[in-house]
Design a protein around this ligand. Structure first.
Ligand code: SAM
Length: 260
């Protein structure tokens, strides 16, 4: 009951709000799994393998939401750590810094909670920062890597986000973007369109009780620039060695570039 909620103590309220966040988070993840048939996990793993995380790196994951990509970066670095077992490694690992930047504090709160659940209590590795991809608070030339997963589509001025990505990277730093993109096989296109326009919003309604958001999602995919056009925008932002890889025929694409 809504009135009851306003009368509870601060402590109880914190718990209730916590529950609300975790239910949103679990639905968010469930929807990711359902709409991508679980494939988003593989796509994110592919993104990380292209990034090649290393101990001591400074990495920025923009639109990092619930921390899904940042945790993978950290786990990848730890995986390297298990193979290299000497003291100097432990020291370098200690300098690793991963920043998760998102415009929505609720998503960041879920990420923070999840970091604790996963046992990442040493917060010197992970930093949750509220901020806009179009105007980052990080110093120029400060990051070894920049990732943005299923985020740039939501940014109002893509050019500004790309310019900011370029600015914050060090020379030699890598830009990687994972995004829903344009399917390249005309024969399956109708089937894919039917899936996107008819099935995804219904799934959104049934699972998350939110049809409009998922309708918006599908529409925003359609409006996002095609792979080649987006690659050219990355070049125009100053990046070199720009390329992209289509996954599942372009349902998803990973664009990459280097700041040289
Ligand atoms: N990267 C996560 C993943 O792959 O699971 C989350 C993706 S979620 C679909 C998109 C995220 O982008 C949301 O958490 C949203 O708050 C964030 N976002 C939208 N516009 C943004 C902006 N201008 N700057 C930073 N984050 C933004």
């Amino acid at each position: 009951d809504y009135r009851g909620f306003t009368e509870v103590s601060e402590e109880e309220k914190r718990k209730l709000v916590g529950n609300v966040f975790s239910s949103v988070a679990s639905k968010y993840d469930l929807m990711n799994d359902l709409t991508s048939v679980g494939l988003h996990r593989l796509w994110k793993d592919r993104l990380i393998s292209k990034l090649g995380p290393f101990p001591g790196m400074k990495h920025l994951d923009v639109a990092g939401g619930t921390g899904d990509i940042a945790f993978r970066v950290l786990e990848s670095i730890r995986g390297v750590g298990h193979k290299v077992m000497h003291d100097s490694f432990v020291e370098t690992e200690g300098q690793t810094q991963i920043f998760i930047c998102d415009i929505n504090p609720n998503m960041l709160n879920i990420g923070k909670k999840r970091a604790i659940e996963r046992g990442y209590t040493n917060s010197s590795y992970l930093h949750f920062v509220e901020g806009d991809a179009e105007a980052l608070s990080f110093e120029g030339g400060s990051m070894d890597g920049y990732t943005i997963g299923f985020g740039i589509r939501n940014v109002t001025h893509i050019e500004k986000a790309l310019a900011e990505a370029y600015r914050v990277l060090k020379k030699g730093g890598r830009f990687l973007c994972l995004e829903l993109s344009h399917f390249e096989f005309p024969i399956f296109k109708e089937l894919y369109d039917y899936y996107s326009f008819s099935i995804i919003p219904v799934m959104g309604e049934l699972v998350a009780g939110d049809k409009e958001s998922y309708q918006y999602l599908v529409e925003s995919i359609r409006q996002f620039p095609k792979q080649d056009v987006f690659a050219q925008m990355i070049v125009d932002a100053g990046f070199q060695s720009v390329e992209y890889e289509n996954l599942v025929g372009g349902v998803v694409a990973i664009h990459s570039g280097l700041k040289l």
